[in-house]
Design a protein around this ligand. Structure first.
Ligand SMILES: NC(=O)c1ccc[n+]([C@@H]2O[C@H](COP(=O)([O-])OP(=O)(O)OC[C@H]3O[C@@H](n4cnc5c(N)ncnc54)[C@H](OP(=O)(O)O)[C@@H]3O)[C@@H](O)[C@H]2O)c1
Length: 304
């Protein structure tokens, strides 16, 4: 019998990639909110994950080995304009999942973010206390605390990822690749730094952490600290795209834009020591991503 994995946010970028990546080795159950997705070999169930009763019922029914909580209100702008909704989705739902998984003795993996800090320091460790600049970061930071209070053995993953997206949910790398293929000019910030990880490397690294019994906060990011502009240039070069369509820009403070951190880079030393291997440089991940572009599972994701 295969082990079972439940993914919340089942229609999201991370969850659909996760489902197609592990469906040969796990029975996969996607918990859906509004958008319906159907993936071959994967069970999809619509359920109100904010409801204690509904969640207890669905998890008691499937009895998964692990719940990966990917659902969230991920638009920085929507979180800022609707803090009540941001709190409900990012904090209250996460707390509910922590309560129920703890009660049922199921491993919980909570997907957090690198967007928790004020952006004045590089390569932050897991010990760093959140100092968010906006509601998205505030609610994601509060969610981490509530999850670990209610489910102390949960694994909380701080990350920032990219990969092949669906027809309705494009990733940052999709935006760059498809714009350049259409010869559209794009502007990428050279003053915003992060440590992006390719989604399939993120998934395999998190499974390595789960297999070794990791609990608490772990940064799961690449070995690189690069700017968004450098990321775009690396991607364009690997995919043989015309870099003259990339304009170097700066994230200047503006009244119209929600405040964002300039440096979101994280240190992955704790995770690499725990799993006993490097996670890899952005260049290596982009090369892997290119080799997977025409895989049947990538095409399946792009057609969702
Ligand atoms: N993408 C990134 O680069 C990135 C970076 C750092 C951290 N993260 C974190 O990684 C996680 C996954 O991100 P993603 O990019 O895969 O997200 P996404 O594509 O934006 O998907 C979000 C998912 O959450 C669901 N959802 C929204 N409101 C909900 C509600 N009230 N109840 C239940 N489900 C709800 C959505 O369902 P519907 O579409 O049906 O509403 C969707 O399935 C998030 O927690 C995010 O904060 C992402």
């Amino acid at each position: 019998m295969k082990p079972k994995i439940v993914l919340t946010g089942g229609s999201g970028l991370l969850a659909v990639n996760w489902a197609v990546t592990v469906r040969e080795t796990y029975d996969v159950i996607l918990l859906l909110h509004e958008r319906e997705v159907a993936i071959a070999g994967v069970i999809s169930v619509k359920v109100d994950i904010g409801s204690y009763e509904a969640l207890i019922n669905v998890l008691s029914n499937y009895q998964p080995d692990v719940v990966i909580h990917t659902a969230g209100l991920t638009s920085v702008e929507v979180c800022e304009s609707n803090p009540t909704l941001a709190n409900q989705v990012n904090v209250e739902i996460s707390a509910n999942i922590a309560i129920v998984t703890h009660q049922l003795g199921i491993k919980m993996v909570h997907i957090s973010t690198d967007h928790l800090f004020d952006g004045t320091t590089s390569l932050l460790t897991e010990e760093t206390i959140p100092s968010p600049l906006n509601m998205y970061g505030y609610t994601k930071g509060l969610a981490e605390r509530k999850v670990l209070e209610r489910c102390p053995h949960a694994l909380v993953v701080r990350t920032n990822f990219y990969g092949w997206g669906t027809s309705y949910r494009k990733s940052f790398s999709d935006m760059i690749i498809f714009s350049l293929r259409q010869k559209k000019q794009i502007t990428l910030y050279s003053d915003v730094y992060y440590s992006p990880i390719y989604v399939s490397v993120l998934i395999s690294s998190i499974h390595a952490l789960i297999d070794k019994g990791a609990a608490g906060i772990f940064n799961v990011v690449s070995d690189s600290r690069i700017s968004k502009y450098e990321f775009g240039m690396l991607l364009a070069n690997e995919f043989s795209l015309d870099t003259t369509f990339i304009t170097e820009g700066a994230l200047a403070p503006s009244n119209n834009v929600v405040k964002r951190p300039l440096d979101m880079s994280l240190s992955n030393i704790k995770a690499t020591e725990f799993i006993g291997r490097q996670i890899g440089l952005v260049q290596d991940h982009i090369r892997l991503m290119k080799t997977q572009e025409y895989d049947s599972s990538t095409i399946e994701i792009q057609h969702l």
